[in-house]
Design a protein around this ligand. Structure first.
Ligand code: PLP
Length: 422
């Protein structure tokens, strides 16, 4: 993990590590409390009838973001404001909208920015939940998805865009880079340039949204690469302790405010307690990200050399001189700590290995302090048809590991004994 860029805060240029600890909360707001209290209330008392009217005018005309101006918890609350300010500054966005889960953020984006008759360009593979939403719910609503087969091939990307455009306006480009769990890379600036060309041709802007869950704001900043929105499942590295669900989208206020309106209407606002936990978790995110990345590098090197491991898709091993490596080095500042590897054999060998593990825990999800491992074909990607799954590089021997911050020797010893037990 390399140094993070500085951002503005009270006129100071501070690094993201510093902003992660303080930004978005001012002790003077709450009687000098060094740390933010959790505002456990569903509604907010108006000081007067006239103030109530003013507040509603401001909310519905979109002119209030102030901490004192709250109406009802589903519309917004103080802990949500704090967490949104912090996420926005870490992502380098003008504003952020925070939701009750990553999928709430994904669905708010796709459902509020796309209309029936639109087409959607997306990278492949995408997260299992996103895949189902796009290929079932959006299709049902008359929105046609087109998958980009190679995210670093501009010609292939443009060809898919032409196919999409031939059947309807391109409403949005959705990218997941690196992808979960194959670590496929998409050239984000190339997709941004394509979106600008498409927008000019069809006379309607094409927002580019990047799911940044896999690396998070300390390793990759899609907004700085030209994306319009950066989506993150905050359940993962930001929450970081596998004890909450949350999702965020950062970008220009013009877009985030549309997502906030949608959120108010479907009721997917993040609650005060989870917002409070998340704000606290941001403080250690850089440390956890860095330590997990070091552990992951050690585990990847161990697995790559092991006779029972067939292949490994770790960002640090992208071949020198390849287009993928060149794009990766241009847009990422580190190799992250979630990767997949293939056990020689199939499901039976993979299951024997998993059942022999004693320190690594078998569970879906990623980005927690503890190391988690899962078998994507039978879990996270169970609902993705085999053909699409295998085309995306997930077969019956593929395992995904999210490396935590334990002592690395204990992780290596556990992997070693479980590989022997196959
Ligand atoms: C987990 C995840 C999501 C969905 O987030 P939830 O918080 O589980 O709803 C979306 N994208 C990626 C890449 C993920 O890993």
């Amino acid at each position: 993990m390399k140094d993070t860029p500085a951002a503005g805060h009270n006129g100071l240029a501070l690094h993201a590590e510093t902003l992660a600890i303080s930004h978005g909360y001012d002790p003077a707001m709450v009687g000098g409390a060094a740390k933010p209290p959790a505002f456990m209330t569903s509604t907010f008392v108006y000081p007067s009838a006239a103030a109530a009217k003013e507040l509603h005018q401001a909310f519905f005309d979109g002119t209030t973001t102030s901490l004192s101006g709250h109406i009802y918890g589903r519309l917004g609350h103080p802990n949500l404001d704090m967490v949104e300010k912090r996420l926005a500054v870490l992502d380098g966005g003008e504003d952020a909208a925070v939701f009750a889960s990553g999928m709430a953020a994904v669905s708010a984006t796709l459902l509020s920015l796309l209309s029936p008759g639109d087409t959607l360009l997306h990278s492949k593979p995408v997260y299992g939940g996103t895949d189902m939403l796009v290929n079932q719910e959006l299709v049902r609503l008359g929105i046609r998805p087109f998958g980009i087969s190679d995210g670093v091939d501009e010609v292939a990307m443009a060809r898919t865009a032409e196919e999409a455009l031939a059947t309807g306006p391109v409403g949005l480009i959705w990218l997941e880079s690196p992808a979960n769990p194959t670590a496929a890379i998409v050239d984000i600036p190339a997709a941004v340039a394509l979106a600008a060309r498409l927008g000019a041709r069809q006379g309607r802007k094409v927002p580019v949204v990047v799911d940044n869950t896999f690396l998070g704001p300390f390793v990759q900043n899609p907004l700085a690469l030209g994306a319009d929105l950066c989506m993150t499942s905050l359940t993962k590295y930001a929450g970081g302790h596998s004890d909450l669900l949350a999702g965020g989208i950062s970008g220009a206020r013009e877009l985030t405010s549309r997502l906030k309106t949608f959120r108010t209407l479907v009721g997917s606002t993040l609650d005060a307690h989870s917002s409070w936990l998340l704000l606290r978790s941001f403080e250690t995110m850089a440390l956890r990200t860095g330590r997990a990345e070091q552990n992951a590098a050690t585990l990847a090197a161990f697995l790559q050399r092991h006779a029972k491991v067939g292949s490994i898709t770790y960002l640090g091993f992208l071949p020198e001189g390849s287009r993928e490596r060149e794009v990766f080095e241009r847009q990422c500042r580190g190799t992250g700590s979630t990767f997949s590897f293939r056990i020689k054999g199939g499901e039976a060998e993979a299951f024997r290995f998993l059942d022999a593990l004693r320190v690594l825990r078998m569970a879906v999800s990623l980005g927690g302090t503890e190391t988690l491992i899962c078998h994507p074909a039978s879990t996270t990607h169970y609902a993705v048809p085999r053909e699409r799954r295998e085309a995306a590089g997930i077969d019956d021997g593929t395992l995904r590991v999210s490396v935590g911050i334990e002592h690395v020797d204990d992780l290596i010893a556990d992997l070693s004994q479980a590989l022997e037990a196959i």
